[in-house]
Design a protein around this ligand. Structure first.
Ligand SMILES: [Zn+2]
Ligand SMILES: [Zn+2]
Length: 176
């Protein structure tokens, strides 16, 4: 049996329904998606001058609890960054166990969570989750801007791509 994907919420994640996300991801990656216990946002990753958390600190926390073969997707609403990048929608260890996505930059303009969070937020969340898990399954970035493995520099890139894979990445998905 294929090793499962665990989703781990960091802090409060109110705006995306876990069971919906789990069902979608289970279909894409053809394996069980299990909700793990939620964890506190890694305090050591907070950068005071940026008011953001280092994405790598979530990956480090996830690696620390990893079961062999399983994949771990952290989901958070706090804003995350990588060194050298102003912001990221997510990050993952390529071919590793850990991936993380942040909802912070996925909200449609003028919407700050709460009641009536639109379909667009769900769509973006799913795309970023597939992209980062794709990395965890060993996939690299794609030049095809419609492939889900295309790098998102801006949210407009996310809106343009996926949620499907190009032919090459589709083959990798099936082999994952
Ligand atoms: Zn990427
Ligand atoms: Zn591709």
């Amino acid at each position: 049996m294929r090793a499962p994907i665990f989703t781990i919420e960091y802090g409060q994640v109110a705006d995306v329904d876990h069971s919906w996300l789990a069902t979608e991801l289970a279909q894409v990656f053809d394996r069980e998606v299990i909700r793990g216990s939620s964890r506190p946002v890694p305090a050591g990753g907070f950068n005071k001058s940026r008011s953001q958390y280092l994405a790598g600190s979530f990956l480090g926390d996830l690696r620390g609890q990893a079961a062999p073969e399983a994949k771990y997707l952290g989901v958070t609403e706090v804003d995350i960054y990588s060194r050298g990048l102003t912001l990221v929608f997510g990050q993952a260890d390529v071919g590793g166990t850990a991936a993380v996505i942040s909802l912070a930059r996925l909200y449609p303009e003028g919407i700050d969570g709460g009641v009536g969070v639109p379909e667009l937020l769900r769509e973006r969340t799913l795309k970023e989750a597939i992209h980062e898990l794709g990395h965890a399954f060993g996939m690299m970035h794609c030049r095809d801007k419609h492939c889900i493995m295309h790098f998102s520099r801006a949210i407009s890139d996310t809106d343009l791509k996926g949620p499907g894979f190009c032919d090459q990445h589709e083959a990798e998905r099936l082999a994952a």
